[in-house]
Design a protein around this ligand. Structure first.
Ligand SMILES: C[S@@+](CC[C@H](N)C(=O)[O-])C[C@H]1O[C@@H](n2cnc3c(N)ncnc32)[C@H](O)[C@@H]1O
Length: 220
């Protein structure tokens, strides 16, 4: 999963992003999006997607009968998302905004049943992550769910060393080509709990470098 560091190269070519991420992740990127939607989204849900990218997961949620609001800071990723959504049958259920996480205060309190995101938190600073999680909590209804999947730093010492040594050359190459890179996230589960959520499940890949976390907002 350390190859996800190449995402920045793919993002600079949004039209090739879907094919590229499918190859890079051996199809896992699509599978985790389907899993997040199948396990957390029900017909009629109001869903917010953070960093909607090319719109793949938003489309899956809309196909399931949800109404989706997605935002992303990248106009070129959104352009591809809009083309895909317009070509599908659920354009009326998806609304997209060009927005960074710093603009999340515009969404009203308790206005979503699900907040979901894949491969975005590894592109945020720790302050942005904390900000996004606090607003995810605020905009969810009571019993609303947060579902996140991203590249994380392994907890096990040996896996951590293997991951760091595989990741470093890829990060250097990515930085050389795009002047940006991603960071595998440290302490994502803890940050989710720290924002007030109760973590329902946190599943790591075999090498522990990819985490899928589901959490709930419980109200007293
Ligand atoms: C690797 S892509 C993932 C896209 C999509 N979620 C997926 O899983 O295919 C990361 C996305 O996060 C977006 N992004 C990065 N920083 C952001 C921020 N501060 N606010 C909103 N979106 C951001 C990028 O523009 C990009 O579309």
């Amino acid at each position: 999963m350390s190859s996800y560091v190449y995402m920045k190269i793919l993002e600079s070519q949004p039209k090739r992003y879907d094919v590229g991420i499918a190859l890079l992740s051996f199809g896992k990127s699509e599978r985790i999006k389907r899993r997040i939607v199948n396990e957390n989204v029900r017909e009629g849900d109001r869903v917010l997607e953070i960093g909607v990218g090319t719109g793949t997961m938003a489309l899956l949620a809309a196909e399931r009968g949800a109404r989706v609001v997605g935002f992303d800071v990248s106009p070129s990723m959104l352009r591809v998302a809009r083309e895909k959504i317009a070509a599908g049958a659920h354009a009326d259920r998806i609304e997209l905004f060009e927005l960074g996480v710093s603009g999340m205060e515009q969404f009203p309190d308790g206005s979503f049943d699900v907040v979901m995101s894949t491969l975005v938190f590894s592109e945020l600073s720790s302050d942005e992550r904390a900000y996004a999680l606090s607003h995810a909590y605020r905009v969810l209804t009571c019993e609303g769910r947060l579902a996140l999947a991203d590249e994380v730093r392994p907890k096990n010492g040996i896996k951590r060393i293997v991951h760091a040594s595989l990741r470093f050359p890829l990060a250097v190459l990515t930085f050389a080509l795009t002047q940006t890179s991603t960071r595998s996230v440290e302490g994502l589960e803890e940050a989710v709990a720290g924002a007030g959520f109760r973590v329902l499940s946190a599943q790591r890949s075999v090498m522990e470098a990819f985490l899928y976390v589901v959490a709930v907002k419980e109200c007293a």
